[in-house]
Design a protein around this ligand. Sequence first.
Ligand code: PMP
Length: 431
Amino acid sequence: MPDLPPEVLTEVPGPRSRELAQRLARVESRNVTCTQPAPPIFWARAAGSNVWDVDGNRYVDLAAGFGVAAAGHAHPRIVAAVQEQSADLLHAMGDVHPAESKVELLEELAALFPGGAGRAGREAGGGARAVLGSSGSDAVEIALKTAQVASGREGVIAFEGAYHGLTLGALDATWRPLFREPFEARLPGATGFARFGDADDVTRAAAELGRPVGAVLVEPIQGRGGERIPPDGFLAALRALCDREGWLLICDEVYTGFGRTGRWFACEHEDVVPDLLCVAKGLASGMPISACMGRAEVMDRWPASEGEALHTQTFLGHPPGCAAALASIACLRDEKLVERAAELGSVALGRLRERLAEHPSVAEVRGRGLLLGVELRDAADAATACAAALRRGVIAIQSGDAGEVISLTPPLVIARPVLEDALDVLADCVP
Ligand code: PMP
């Protein structure tokens, strides 16, 4: 189905979305969906890079549903895979009596692991192994537990501006006080924070933590922190530091993984092979499945299961999720979407810079592949721009500690003219 450009909309949110917002406010915790003062639009269906709301308005989704729809919304091949798998087997017993699709997905992930470790491993018995989860936070929890098991040390160094999820373990490594403060008493405080982009500061943070450090946890490019790209060489310097100190390097590629930045994984831009690699979002282009992959030597520090897995969950290796991930990976490969992200990304960056680099409200336009950010001097202007773009049929969200960045992470399948039109609409909306 061809992508359609943004259309001029008359009423956003429309009456049906407004009514649903009122009903929702009565039955959902008021902390979840923000319905006041501006109600959200309620999605009815989506295909490719387009979304339709319950009032029939059509949008171009420059967020890819939080970076999930890598192969586009409802890719027919992925939908068919989910439908077929669901009809045969909707649920299995993840760590006890699993489904075949779990094996196939884990083999595929091992083969994709950076540095060819997985491919070599399949022949030589080394390689990469993974634990599956259901969300990005799950993948981070698994990485933190693996680091503890493998190193015997609980301390982790993460970075200012980092976002690793909101479950309690991952939250300990998430930076923003807004998320942490209400729960501070429950957080283990096993994380020290270093300046993002400054490998030397990791040594300082480790010395100050007051606990033995076992791992460094990093997003190769910070996503929710505002599309922040560290200086070249940062990741390689972290790798060298970890090798020197005997620490594990954990790359959180929940946002940057699966082609988003123009490589399968963003760590590959610097030829860095992490010890552990967290993936979710774009892994399955729309099903809730995630993984923590790791080098076999590290993963094998877990004891063999003698009946009780030390980390598992009811829905581990959920068959339709595994089928979706396998189909999504096949789409990325067959449709050359990783290469496409690199090419379209430079088109998008050029276009945004042309339109906005000199704009008085804009501090910086940046991006790698189809992970782009427009940082405004004032976060209120970013909010105004996103709200105005929505009324003109373009979905974009804010990122950054204060919401000062307009985050752009379109589906990797978006048609070039549609992307260009949507970016032009967005640029027109920056006050
Ligand atoms: N890590 C990163 C880098 C993320 O961007 C996110 C989600 N935005 C998470 C972890 C948490 O993922 P989830 O919301 O699926 O738990």
